[in-house]
Design a protein around this ligand. Sequence first.
Ligand code: KIV
Length: 265
Amino acid sequence: MKSTAPHTILQLQQMKNDGKKIACVTAYDASFAAQAVAAGMDCLLVGDSLGMVVQGQDSTLAVTLDEMIYHCRAVRRGAPQSFIIADMPFMSYATAEQAMANASALMQTGIHMVKLEGGAAWVFDSVTQLTQRGIPVCGHLGLTPQFVHQLGGYRQQGKTEQAANQLYAQATELVQAGIRLLVLECVPETVGKYIAQHLSIPVIGIGAGYACDGQVLVSYDMLGLTPGKIPGFAKNFMLGQACISDAFKAYVQAVKAQDFPVKNG
Ligand code: KIV
């Protein structure tokens, strides 16, 4: 059957404009990518979370560009019609020159967009340079795992009014620099709602509340494969399902119906 999944950034933007929720999940290999797309996933993220869930590291920092390239190629082979976003690994975009060379290498695997973490001035510069040269960029604010040691752990961000205002200011500057998508991780529901409502581009939340334009989860968390505790904002969609494909479908349906994440306020 021919996939009807969106495969351009314009289609994801149209979903936001039409108020349709975007379902996204991480994928690291061809088989999981194919199952996710067959279940109706709108886009896939080759996340550097693979360092933790595939490699067993305690953070994402050890993931290399070559490893990302390997996984991007695999995901692309499994989901040739899908819109695929890939993380630029730790320190691979510390300067605009590095960002250009390393993002080019990722794009040449066949993915469609690169994701950079953070909202500091040096990130804006890289975003501008990349987008001016035709590389679509996704921002990532809130809990940014590559900054885990600076943040003092995997903790919720944007909890005070000042921190929430700073996140919004960074998001608007990233949009001005050229990002076309924003991942917002682990912030209060009110902050997710405000940022999603005030940005023109789609905001994909992970632990950022029901009001974001879409949701992303780490596939190993939502399939019950992650050893130990999963983040409080994640949910094991395998429970009550017979197979991985059904779990992916349950997640897609829950995101589209706005049953996940549950509204708190
Ligand atoms: O690496 C990753 O999987 C991510 C998600 C947590 C959004 O960046």
